[in-house]
Design a binder for this molecule. Structure first.
Ligand SMILES: Cc1cc2nc3c(=O)[nH]c(=O)nc-3n(C[C@H](O)[C@H](O)[C@H](O)COP(=O)(O)OP(=O)(O)OC[C@H]3O[C@@H](n4cnc5c(N)ncnc54)[C@H](O)[C@@H]3O)c2cc1C
Length: 557
């Protein structure tokens, strides 16, 4: 089995597939422990405490999703969560323990109990390293292809996914990977926006690759703006800060969340808090630099130094602020995509043989808005389930073969990029315009006029990207050619985000339409699916939201 991506979803899938008896190749364009999961800070949710319940976790998730999440999948995720935490703890993840020696939790937004388990503010880092140890331990069954870049997914004549073409970044060599099943675990698409909390490698490759071979995407319009990012560079100040007791203040010193979420204040769900902040800023109650303030001095200094040490460093190094002594200026910033490649709760996409798990996928457990600390959980639960399901599928198959000529096509495509004239725009300039466009028109607040403009710009950028020249024509670690390929993925993903946002004529979760205020369950309690459907422009269809036990209600915090 081939797994594309070695973040938490990919590594968890590799382990469960190996445990189920499969032989696995796992490919990552960076060294696995540099996958973006390493940046996850605040923690991972589970109703593990006997006083808590999976039903409560599930309801919070459904409400957080603004009733767009599929409740069957949410039930599975929240029921399996406690076992995932225990599995990780037994492997050696050093989760925080409280004074009584038990696993301790912190509060997170939109949750009715403190159910976020954490390792200081380096939770992703801690988990990723422990899983990587397990991959190494199982090296007889799991082959790691580190610094290999997947360019294309492969299909047989019936449309079944049978592998991928990958480029060894060290020497530029291309190889076909034949596989009985392929699991996409290639992460999100944060770089489609500028700024973003996501690293440079998060370019939506898997979403675009699946889309290009006909897979359906779902909920693409749902882009999460995190309430606390640094202006300019987009660096994240973890929600853990508010979980530990930090306040949000406007320039008049008012704790404004009292007006927007009188029961939860700073710990309302992210879409609600980001909208509140943006409203304060737009109505002139923010600071001159277009921000509001996060006051972490409300948290005892000793606790901040112990449990939030990374953001102490970020504040000092990137904003010149000692967060233990003064408030830091923050604003909403692009952070996460709730949408992605549509899957069922075993990770199966609409293309036979192709699975997806983690941020690349849309199960959909996050619907219109993800609760903080539910993403790490999603990567692990659905990574594990995909691995098991795909291993079982592979067990009864013969190995498919791919025509060697398929590599020649990709070789030609890459040669064409290398041979482009230098008279077009620079890749970096196109990428910046794309990100800034998305951040201007497809952000916390949206409307028809802005979205239409965004679509026009994205389509123009697509034409410009197709002829943008590169400088490096070598084969060893040629990041120029990779950047050109990634730009193509980002533009495809951006197009589907804007098309989805134009289509949904209501306000739900992260999709707040100034021209269609209010949620409209009668017409829009449904997923927007987008696929190429054999053509070359996005086609929209709909699919129902699965409701098991929680009927949509008014959502207040
Ligand atoms: C700053 C930050 C903090 C966060 N904190 C939290 C938190 O506290 N709790 C929480 O629940 N969530 C958090 N999140 C969200 C969460 O970290 C991510 O959603 C999650 O880690 C994604 O994991 P993943 O395995 O799907 O993808 P990733 O970890 O992004 O891994 C993607 C993998 O795919 C590989 N890849 C991609 N494209 C290719 C290609 N073309 N060829 C080969 N390999 C490829 C990459 O090399 C990488 O190995 C945070 C996110 C950010 C940005």
């Amino acid at each position: 089995m081939l797994i594309i991506g070695a973040g938490l979803a990919g590594q968890r899938a590799a382990l469960s597939a190996a445990e189920a008896g499969a032989s696995v190749a796992i490919v990552s364009k960076v060294h696995p422990v540099r996958s973006h999961s390493v940046a996850a800070a605040g923690g991972i949710n589970a109703a593990l405490n006997p006083e808590d319940s999976w039903e409560s976790h599930a309801f919070d998730t459904v409400k957080g999703s603004d009733y767009l999440g599929d409740q069957d999948a949410i039930e599975i995720m929240t029921q399996e969560a406690p076992n995932e935490i225990l599995y990780l703890e037994h492997l050696g993840v050093t989760f925080h323990r409280n004074e009584t020696g038990h696993l301790g939790t912190r509060a997170f937004g939109g949750a009715s109990a403190a159910r976020t388990y954490y390792v200081a503010d380096i939770t992703g880092h801690a988990i990723l390293h422990v899983l990587y140890e397990q991959l190494m331990k199982r090296s007889e069954q799991i082959d790691r292809y580190e610094e290999w870049f997947t360019t294309d997914l492969l299909q047989d004549e019936n449309g079944t996914c049978i592998g991928a073409i990958c480029r060894d970044l060290r020497d530029g060599g291309l190889q076909v990977f034949n596989a009985k099943a392929v699991i996409l675990a290639s992460g999100g698409c944060g770089q489609v926006y500028r700024p973003t909390t996501n690293g440079l490698i998060v370019t939506g490759d898997g979403i675009a690759q699946a889309y290009r071979i006909g897979a359906r995407l779902m909920d693409m319009e749902m882009i999460q703006y995190h309430p606390t990012t640094l202006a300019g560079n987009g660096l994240l100040i973890t929600e853990g800060a508010r979980g530990e007791g930090a306040w949000l203040l406007n320039a008049e010193g008012e704790r404004f969340m009292e007006r927007y979420a009188p029961n939860k204040f700073e710990l309302a769900s992210r879409d609600v808090v980001s909208r509140a902040e943006q409203t304060e800023i737009n109505e002139g109650r923010g600071f001159e630099d277009g921000t509001v303030a996060l006051d972490i001095t409300k948290v005892p200094r000793r606790r901040t130094l112990e449990a939030l040490r990374e953001i102490v460093n970020i504040g000092r190094d990137f904003a010149g602020v000692d967060i233990t002594r003064e408030p830091i200026h923050i604003k909403p910033g692009m952070h996460y995509i709730m949408g992605g490649v549509k899957t069922d709760y075993d990770g199966q996409t609409t293309v036979p043989g192709l699975y997806a798990a983690g941020e690349v996928a849309c199960v959909s457990v996050h619907g219109g808005n993800r609760l903080g600390a539910n993403s790490l959980l999603d990567t692990l639960v659905f990574g594990r389930r995909s691995g098991v399901h795909a291993a079982n599928r592979a067990r009864n198959m013969t190995m498919p073969a791919t025509l060697a000529s398929r590599v020649a096509e990709t070789e030609r495509d890459i040669a064409a990029i290398m041979n482009r004239q230098q008279n077009g725009r620079r890749i970096g300039a196109i990428k910046n315009e794309l990100g800034e466009t998305m951040n201007e028109y497809v952000a916390v607040f949206r409307d028809q006029e802005g979205l239409t403009k965004a679509l026009e710009i994205v389509r123009r950028l697509k034409e410009e990207a197709a002829v943008a020249g590169i400088d490096d024509r070598g084969s060893v670690f040629n990041q120029d050619v990779i950047a050109a390929i990634e730009l193509g993925y980002m533009i495809d993903v951006a197009e589907t985000i804007v098309v989805g946002a134009l289509e949904r004529k209501e306000s739900r979760g992260a999709q707040w339409r100034l021209d269609y205020p209010g949620r409209n369950d009668e017409e829009w309690l449904k997923h927007i699916d987008i696929s190429l459907n054999g053509g070359d422009t996005p086609q929209v269809t709909y699919s129902p939201v699965t409701i098991t036990r929680w009927q949509p209600e008014e959502r207040t915090y």
